[in-house]
Design a binder for this molecule. Structure first.
Ligand SMILES: [Fe+2]
Length: 166
């Protein structure tokens, strides 16, 4: 029986925009598992192209997410942005390798092992370096909040922009 990856509240970074995207990525993967997992394949009789396309789309969604995350890091002046960028690049290279491998073997059912690889890949990101960034983000957020208390409206607009991930 396919074990679908579902969101756990303890994975929250308390940064709304990133939590929503992480939940979206987990749901995206779960959707692929439902559509192409072993339980679905008797009805589908396997479709390698559709499965690889769906997995490629997931990779693109993660790439977009990384981009927005890096923009947010830039906006708050995160010191370790270079390391985090490198980690994103490595994760994307790892996924490209995986996709090549799946394509080469003509995978047409998203089996347990492949699902686990994809699950680990996404969780590596969500439970890894993002937690360090969240810590730094909240320190900046606390500093900005005290600035808002001192300087009022203009600082508040800036704080709200940062919180929205702009
Ligand atoms: Fe992330």
């Amino acid at each position: 029986m396919t074990r679908l990856l579902t969101w756990h509240d303890e994975w929250s970074l308390n940064i709304d925009v990133l939590d929503a995207e992480h939940q979206g990525l987990i749901e995206h993967l779960a959707d692929i598992c439902r559509r192409f997992g072993p339980e679905a394949s008797p009805r589908r009789s396997g479709d390698a192209f559709a499965l690889i396309d769906a997995l490629t789309d997931l990779g693109e969604a993660v790439r977009e997410h990384f981009k927005r995350e890096e923009e947010l890091m830039q906006a708050v002046g995160y010191d370790d942005i270079a390391d985090h960028r490198t980690e994103h690049a490595l994760l994307m290279a790892e996924y490209a390798d995986q996709l090549r491998h799946w394509r080469a073997e003509g995978m047409n059912v998203f089996g347990e092992d492949a699902q686990e690889d994809a699950r680990d890949w996404i969780l590596d990101h969500i439970l890894g370096a993002d937690r360090d960034f969240a810590k730094a983000f909240h320190e900046v957020d606390d500093r900005l909040t005290s600035t808002v208390d001192r300087y009022g409206i203009a600082a508040r607009a800036r704080l709200n922009a940062v919180r929205r991930g702009l």
